[in-house]
Write a protein that binds this ligand. Structure first.
Ligand code: PAF
Length: 289
């Protein structure tokens, strides 16, 4: 596995792979890799001839400086996971390289970037879209793999690729969950045992909405009330939003035939968690609980 320490080395690697005419898969991350990332990397390694991983904790997408400062950094463990999952090259992003003095151009996504996370984390998606545009331009990958846990981010990235005519297929990958339903997230390591237990209210609420939908409920207010009912059973969960939105536009769901997505953001034990589920697909795995 090759380590690419700056943009220049990444470009050189990409040139060489282009000469070999290999299909390239790309998994952009902020490190602190877990089994969810590993599944993206394994899928890329299975489907592509070369897999590129990037690790860069992008300061631009953190609206809260404390959240940025506390973001887990586990480089050695990340490199082990990368080697185990068949990664060919890992780009280790550096702030002074990706945002050198004088950096002045930013992507300002609108549409599906405006509600929910857009409202609660001012500037977050501008940071995400700016770094993703930079990384996709550098990686020139045939495919890039994104987790569905960040559902709204996935829609923002899809729009970005369309709007800027980027030639990269965005491959959505299903959320991985612990056996009790908790969605895998790098932030889970910051949950103490009590918060870890309380955080289950989030996946329970999504499961309740999915069951209500499967039982015939099509009224957005009723589905959202069902989520609130479950969330309110755990007092230490501070809900930021628990909504049923249009899966693509992220606007309030207007009913069939548009696809409904249930999305929740909540603080548990000082840690902000997000999760989501499709309502028009039968709940699978731990969400059946
Ligand atoms: O999902 C993430 O880890 C980040 O938002 C991404 C896409 C790597 C951009 O920094």
């Amino acid at each position: 596995m090759q380590r690419l320490n700056d943009v220049h080395e990444l470009r050189r690697w990409r040139e060489q792979v282009r000469r070999e005419e290999c299909l390239v898969g790309f998994v952009p991350t902020m490190g602190a890799l877990h089994a969810g990332h590993a599944s993206l990397l394994e899928r890329s390694s299975r489907e592509c001839e070369r897999t590129l991983l990037s690790i860069f904790v992008n300061p631009l997408q953190f609206n809260d400086p404390q959240d940025f400062a506390r973001y887990p950094q586990t480089l050695e463990a990340d490199l082990e996971i990368a080697a185990r999952t068949g990664v060919d090259a890992v780009f280790l992003g550096r702030r002074d390289d990706l945002y050198p003095a004088g950096f002045q151009s930013f992507v300002e996504p609108r549409g599906c970037a405006l509600p929910l996370e857009g409202e609660h984390r001012q500037g977050h998606f501008a940071g995400v879209a700016t770094i993703v545009l930079k990384l996709l331009s550098l990686a020139q990958a045939d495919r890039a793999y994104f987790g569905e846990k960040d559902w709204q981010q996935l829609q923002v990235v899809r729009a970005l690729v369309l709007d800027f005519h980027l030639e990269c297929e965005i491959v959505p990958c299903a959320t991985l969950r612990e056996s009790d339903g908790l969605a895998l997230s790098s932030r889970n390591t910051r949950l103490d045992p009590a918060a870890r237990r309380n955080a289950l209210a989030i996946s329970r609420a999504l499961g309740a909405a999915a069951r209500a939908y499967a039982g015939g409920a099509r009224d957005r207010a009723r589905l959202e009330a069902e989520m609130q009912r479950v969330l309110s059973q755990t007092r230490s969960v501070e809900v930021e939003y628990a909504v049923v939105a249009d899966a693509q536009t992220l606007e309030p769901w207007a009913g069939p035939p548009r696809a409904p997505r249930a999305l929740i953001a909540a603080r548990v034990g000082g840690v902000r968690l997000i999760d989501n589920a499709a309502l028009d697909e039968p709940p699978v795995g731990p969400l059946e609980l």
